[in-house]
Structure formats: structure tokens, C-alpha cells
Design a protein around this ligand. Structure first.
Ligand SMILES: *[C@@H]1O[C@H](CO)[C@@H](O)[C@H](O)[C@H]1NC(C)=O
Ligand SMILES: *[C@@H]1O[C@H](CO)[C@@H](O)[C@H](O)[C@H]1NC(C)=O
Ligand SMILES: *[C@@H]1O[C@H](CO)[C@@H](O)[C@H](O)[C@H]1NC(C)=O
Ligand SMILES: *[C@@H]1O[C@H](CO)[C@@H](O)[C@H](O)[C@H]1NC(C)=O
Ligand SMILES: *[C@@H]1O[C@H](CO)[C@@H](O)[C@H](O)[C@H]1NC(C)=O
Ligand SMILES: *[C@@H]1O[C@H](CO)[C@@H](O)[C@H](O)[C@H]1NC(C)=O
Ligand SMILES: *[C@@H]1O[C@H](CO)[C@@H](O)[C@H](O)[C@H]1NC(C)=O
Ligand SMILES: *[C@@H]1O[C@H](CO)[C@@H](O)[C@H](O)[C@H]1NC(C)=O
Length: 634
């Protein structure tokens, strides 16, 4: 009958160093029809007549120049290669994302300086999101115009062959809605600070007079200099920020003084933008109240706003329908109200059809943000669908760019192999827990350096094997074999700080392997092989008492694995056993034999997601490994 394997989520640790990744830059290059500055030293673009008035230090600017040496100037082109300290007089009206001696003559197609004016929707939308996010007071800001200049992989003047390996990649983005004006500096990579004509070292591009970063009005009064400018520390730009996003600086520039984005609260940590489509199974096999509670809990935990998460939702049973799209820009409160009104739909689930038009939800016209990370999260039991057809839809989804597909196993029994088929990876198969879901997203979307995540294993696995007259000698052996396979697999994972025990129950409870570090467990399996099959009844009160005794646990990851054919269970005993277990423990239930009472086996498990068949020992081991991993993000 059903198999139910399961799975959970968890994450990868992010190390704590920064920089804005290339995928988070505003797009640039030939494919964007950017203009490339021809290879040069100390050169500049021709004058750029821009299609709006850009306010800079309260003055109207209609022209600009993109200069090779890491400057955008308004009054005239600038060829000066050694950076000057701000404030600087002499009509130096400049943005300086990285004013230093850049030379693109020797780097061919490995480098480039690109620029364009853009009023493309994708750029305006990204610009609006970022400004709304970093300047909460501007939460209705609608960008009308952007100018994007990108210095990609640029080397320094005078570099030796060795020095040519040192490259810098950064971007300046000018943004206006024709009332206020903003500038974003993005730093992906800064490996040198100084050309040789500014007394830098030819092999490493350091020393001498390093780069100046900031803004200068040219009146010797108004300016903004990023701390570390013209000092060796300026090489740390990818780790620095004025908005707690390593490698990113955001400024309002139209006022008489440059205004830095307000410093976020100490406990605020940014997530990368995510467009999350929830695909929800409302068919008859799902408990609608459990489902609504789960999704509401999930929604409550997510940061839903223009910069972080945006939510759209589809539901399905026999056919699929759109509940709301990204372009509806539903707030958290509106989404929760929508969920509260959802009902079970008639019919059985048609997961294949639900997935067939899913990528359309990620079109820009439906409000998705082209630069955002895309998630499809499917809440389903995975029943009632043919694997082959599902696979076709899954492949289509997974091949969509920048897309992660995760599944959450809900319902009284879950078809884990179907969930595995459509999920991006094993870690993306989630158990129905809002907390697990949150941790999964948090680790997938954490801004590097903002959250530090530590990973550790730890926990307790208590295995209980039925040995009674309800099962035959062969079925008992099948249960024993399940344990051998499970333990061998778990010990091969070298988990630290995971303890495990094996108990066998009938009219008495035998401690076959006492609780101990799992790394030595496979040596103890011999003890298990000595246990004879028993024809006795299960002593139910003894079993409950035993569960209570072992249930006093010290670890937060605690699993109780019941291996039985379910025949000796009844609803009263199931309730009693569940109550004997610490509420923080998860009960996994493994059904044994041909004539398994699956209703009882499922009822005993914490949720349908935690029900397995006796073929699932390897899967259960992988599951436990994932669950035993504790990732703490601070
Ligand atoms: C670039 O220009 C070509 C030809 O004018 C056009 O077909 C294409 O859509 C443009 N691409 C972008 C990203 O604007
Ligand atoms: C830019 O504008 C100026 C004056 O406003 C004009 O003389 C010049 O020809 C324009 N340049 C280009 C490339 O359009
Ligand atoms: C950023 O910080 C990390 C960790 O402190 C360090 O390893 C790395 O070298 C730094 N990078 C730069 C460019 O300073
Ligand atoms: C495992 O057992 C050892 C020894 O009894 C104990 O010190 C440790 O805390 C236990 N670990 C867990 C995660 O329960
Ligand atoms: C576990 O440790 C053993 C011995 O140190 C090693 O041979 C094996 O490769 C390790 N396995 C894993 C999965 O790390
Ligand atoms: C369990 O064994 C592993 C490997 O031998 C060891 O690293 C770990 O510290 C042990 N844990 C405990 C709680 O004894
Ligand atoms: C079950 O075990 C308890 C405790 O050992 C004992 O008092 C009771 O008599 C047993 N019941 C049966 C039916 O054997
Ligand atoms: C359940 O376990 C937790 C530790 O994981 C412990 O703090 C709590 O007191 C336990 N509750 C009961 C009822 O034993």
C-alpha cells in the first residue's frame, strides 16, 4: 500500500563574507544593448544627453559622462587617474563608485565598461523595490528612469602580468522618479586599489594613493566620502555597506546633502528577493483545517514586502485555479484573510494539471520580479498522479531559470517518491512545519554576512520493534533487517552527537541496544540477532510506561521510530502512546508485513509525512540525517 517516506528541509551554512553577487547586479552587457566603452586608459564616454532631469545636490543635470577611471561626471569628462580627496573644488561634479586608475587596454574580452540609460520595466521594478526597501519612508516610490554603469573585471594601469590577475567589478545605478534621485553602488569584487602611476605596486595593485569612493558637488562644501577612501581599507568595499547588505551602498542624492539610507535596526537582516508561488492541494484527501493552519503559520513568518518575499497562490483538485497573482501585491493581512476563506474542493487531486501552467505565473505581466529568486512550493500528499506525466511537468518547472521547487508533504499519508520527483533536491522536500519551512527559506535567501548560520548534528533516535503474535517470524525478521539497514546507513554518515537505542516489545520490553553514540552502533547489531521471535501479546500498559520513561529527552531533535504491523494498536492505545511522548519529539511509524493495518500505522505517526514502509530504510536514514542537522542562524 502506501509508502511513505518523507523528508524535511534544512539548509546550507552561509559563510560570513560578503559582496553583491553578479545575479543581484542590475543586468548589463552586450545582451542588454549596453554601450561598451572602447578599451582605453583615462578615457570617457561621449557626452550622454539623458532623457530626464537628474537632480544632484539640488542641481538639475541633463548630461553625464561615464569615465574609465571609475567616475560618472556631470560637468565634463574626467581623465584624472590619481583619486583626489573630497571635497574637491574645480567643477568636479562626480559620482565616484571607485575613482582609481583603471586601464582596459590589455584585458580584451575578459573585462569591459558598460553603460545604458534604461526605462525597461525590469530595471524600473528592481530600482523601485530597492529604494522602497532601503528608504521605508519612500514606500510608494516608482522609478521612471535608471542609468546603469558597470565596470566589469577591470584591471589597473601599470599592472605586471601578475598584477593583471587583480580585477575589480562594480556598478553604479542612478535612479529617479523625476522628483527624488537615488544612487546605488554595488560591489562584487575589489582586488586592487591603486595603479602604478599613483604609486601602487605593479604586482598587487595596492599601496600608493588608493581609490576615492563617494560623491562630490564641486563647491568644496558638499560631498560624501565613504569611510576608508584613499586608504588601504577601501579594498574591503565588498564587505562594507551603509544598508547592512555587504557590498551595497544606497544614497539619496537630490537634496543639498547626500543622504545615506537609514541604518536598519540591529536585529533586522535582509533576505534576497523571492517570488514565492504556493500551489495548494485542496482535494478531499487533505484535512483543510490542518492545511490552512500550516499555510497561515508559514505566511506569518515570511517578510512580505516589495524587496523580500512576494506571494502568489494557486489551488487545485480536479482542476487548478489561480487564487491570486504576484501583481495583486497582497499584504500579509490580505493573504491570511484569503486563506481563511478557502474550502475543500470537490474531486481528487490532479497535480499534473496544477503544475502545467505554473511557469506562466512568473511572467512579468503577472507581477513577478525578473531578478527575484523564484520558488514554487507545492503543498500536497502527492497521491493520484501518474509518475511519468508528473515527471514531464516537473522537468519543465525545474528547467525554468532561477527556480527552486519545494514540496511540503501534507495529509494522512504522503507519497514521498512523487514529492521527490518534483522537488529540486532532497533538502527541498519539507515536512509540514512552518518552522522548518522558514529555516529552509532563510538559508536559501540569507544575505551573506547578514546571517551567520552554524551547522551541527545532534539528537536522539529511539527505535522500537514489535515482537508479538500479531506478526510472523518472517515479518519479525523483516523488521530486524530494517533496523540493520537503517543503523548501518546512519553510522556511515558519521553523525556527531547523535545517540540511539533499540528496544523490542511484546509482553515485556527488552533493551536490545542501550542508548549510545550512534557512531559505534553497527558493532552492537549482533545483540539484536540473538532476539527470538515471540508469540506473546503486547503488554500495552508496559509499553506506554516505557515510552514515558525513554521520552524524557535532553535533545531537541528527538525521534521515536515505531516498527510494527499496526495490528495490536487501537485508537485508545494510539492516543495514550502519543501522550506519553514529549511533545517536542516526532513519532515516525514504519509499517511491517503484508497485512499491515495502515490506518493504525498512519494514526500513530506525528503526521502522514512520517509514515514509512519496510522498504524505506535507506530513505529514512537520509531523512534522519537531514533532520538531525541543526542549523542556527543568528
Ligand atoms: C536589443 O536590441 C535588439 C535590436 O534592436 C532588440 O531586438 C532587443 O530586444 C534588445 N534587447 C534588449 C534587452 O533590450
Ligand atoms: C546633447 O545636447 C546638446 C545640447 O543640449 C547638443 O548640442 C548635442 O548635440 C547633444 N548630443 C547628442 C549626442 O545628442
Ligand atoms: C571579507 O571578510 C571576510 C571574513 O572576514 C574575509 O575573509 C575577506 O577576505 C574579506 N574580503 C575583503 C575583500 O575584505
Ligand atoms: C548522548 O549521550 C551522551 C552520553 O550519555 C551524552 O553526554 C550526550 O549529551 C547525548 N547526546 C544527545 C544529543 O542526547
Ligand atoms: C566516515 O568516517 C570514516 C572513517 O573515518 C571514513 O572512511 C568515511 O569516509 C566517513 N564517511 C563519511 C560519509 O564522511
Ligand atoms: C560520538 O562519536 C563521535 C565519533 O566517534 C565523536 O566525535 C562524538 O564526540 C561522540 N559524541 C558523544 C556525545 O560522545
Ligand atoms: C503488564 O506489565 C505490567 C507492569 O510490568 C504488569 O503489572 C501487568 O500485569 C502486565 N499485564 C499483563 C496483561 O501481562
Ligand atoms: C520535552 O523536552 C524538552 C527538551 O527538548 C524539555 O525542555 C521539556 O521539559 C520536555 N517536556 C516534558 C513534558 O518532558
Amino acid at each position: 500500500m502506501l509508502h511513505v517516506p518523507l523528508i524535511c528541509l534544512l539548509l546550507f551554512s552561509k559563510t560570513a563574507f560578503g559582496s553583491v553577487s553578479m545575479s543581484e547586479f542590475f543586468s548589463f552587457g552586450q545582451n542588454e544593448n549596453d554601450t561598451m566603452l572602447h578599451p582605453n586608459d583615462d578615457g570617457s564616454s561621449p557626452v550622454q544627453n539623458i532623457s530626464v532631469v537628474f537632480e544632484f545636490f539640488s542641481e538639475h543635470r541633463k548630461q553625464l559622462f561615464v569615465n574609465t577611471n571609475g567616475l560618472i561626471s556631470f560637468f565634463k569628462a574626467v581623465s584624472t587617474y590619481t583619486s583626489e580627496e573630497f571635497p574637491k573644488i574645480g567643477k568636479r561634479i562626480v559620482l565616484a563608485p571607485f575613482w582609481a586608475d583603471i586601464d582596459t587596454r590589455g584585458c580584451g574580452s575578459t573585462c569591459g565598461i558598460w553603460y545604458r540609460e534604461s526605462t525597461e520595466l525590469v530595471d524600473l521594478s528592481k530600482a523601485s523595490s530597492e529604494i522602497r526597501y532601503y528608504f521605508p519612508a519612500m514606500n510608494h516610490f516608482n522609478a521612471k528612469w535608471t542609468y546603469i554603469a558597470t565596470w566589469y573585471n577591470v584591471p589597473f594601469f601599470g599592472a605586471s602580468p601578475l598584477g593583471m590577475n587583480k580585477r575589480n567589478t562594480f556598478q553604479a545605478v542612478l535612479i529617479t522618479d523625476s522628483k527624488s534621485a537615488f544612487v546605488i553602488y554595488n560591489y562584487n569584487k575589489i582586488e586592487w586599489t591603486t595603479g602604478t602611476a599613483s604609486n601602487g605596486n605593479a604586482d598587487i595593485g595596492l599601496g600608493g594613493i588608493p581609490a576615492q569612493v563617494g560623491f562630490n558637488m564641486g563647491d568644496e562644501i558638499h560631498f560624501y566620502s565613504v569611510e576608508g577612501s584613499r586608504k588601504s581599507e577601501i579594498i574591503n568595499l565588498p564587505n562594507l555597506s551603509n544598508v547592512k547588505y555587504p557590498g551595497k551602498f544606497v544614497f539619496r542624492v537630490d537634496l543639498p546633502d547626500i543622504e545615506s539610507a537609514p541604518t536598519p535596526d540591529a536585529d533586522q537582516c535582509f533576505l534576497k528577493a523571492a517570488d514565492i508561488l504556493l500551489v495548494v492541494d485542496l482535494s478531499l484527501s487533505i484535512d483543510i483545517n490542518d492545511l490552512k493552519n500550516l499555510i497561515s503559520d508559514v505566511i506569518s513568518k515570511l517578510p512580505i514586502n516589495a524587496m523580500e518575499c512576494q506571494i502568489a497562490m494557486k489551488s487545485f483538485s480536479t482542476s487548478a485555479r489561480t487564487e491570486f497573482r504576484f501583481k495583486d501585491h497582497k499584504t500579509k493581512t490580505e493573504i491570511l484573510a484569503h486563506i481563511a476563506k478557502m474550502n475543500t474542493a470537490k474531486g481528487v487531486s490532479n497535480l499534473k494539471d496544477a503544475l502545467s501552467s505554473t511557469t506562466q505565473m512568473f511572467s512579468y505581466n503577472d507581477g513577478s520580479r525578473l531578478y527575484a529568486n523564484r520558488f514554487v512550493i507545492i503543498f500536497t500528499d502527492g497521491l493520484m498522479v501518474a509518475s511519468r506525466e508528473l515527471k514531464t511537468q516537473a522537468d519543465h518547472l525545474l528547467s525554468f531559470s532561477n527556480m527552486i521547487v519545494a514540496t511540503v508533504g501534507i495529509g494522512s499519508s504522503v507519497k514521498h517518491d512523487h514529492l521527490e520527483l518534483i522537488s529540486s533536491d532532497f533538502n527541498s522536500i519539507l515536512r509540514p512545519s512552518a518552522n522548518s519551512f522558514w529555516k529552509y527559506l532563510q538559508s536559501a535567501l540569507a544575505v551573506p554576512g547578514c546571517l551567520a548560520c552554524d551547522e551541527d548534528f545532534g539528537g536522539e533516535i529511539r527505535i522500537l520493534l514489535e515482537n508479538s503474535g500479531y506478526i510472523t517470524r518472517e515479518v519479525f525478521k523483516e523488521g530486524r533487517q530494517f533496523i540493520y539497514t537503517l543503523i548501518e546507513e546512519l553510522t556511515s554518515f558519521n553523525l556527531t552527537n547523535v545517540n540511539s537505542s533499540v528496544d523490542i516489545f511484546s509482553d515485556e520490553v527488552t533493551e536490545a541496544i542501550p542508548l549510545q553514540n550512534i557512531s559505534g552502533m553497527d558493532y552492537k547489531l549482533g545483540g539484536l540477532s540473538l532476539v527470538e521471535h515471540s508469540e506473546n501479546n503486547v503488554n500495552k500498559s508496559l509499553l506506554s510506561q516505557h515510552i514515558k520513561d525513554i521520552g524524557i529527552i535532553s535533545s531537541s531533535n528527538s525521534f521515536i521510530i515505531f516498527i510494527s504491523n499496526g495490528g495490536f494498536l487501537d485508537s485508545q492505545l494510539i492516543e495514550k502512546l502519543k501522550h506519553s511522548v514529549n511533545e517536542t519529539s516526532i513519532i515516525l511509524s514504519v509499517g511491517l508485513g503484508e497485512d499491515t493495518n495502515w490506518d493504525n500505522v498512519e494514526d500513530l505517526a506525528t503526521y502522514g509525512y512520517c509514515v514509512f514502509s519496510s522498504d524505506d530504510a535507506h530513505l529514512l536514514a537520509r531523512y534522519l540525517k537531514k533532520e538531525m542537522k541543526t542549523t542556527t542562524c543568528t
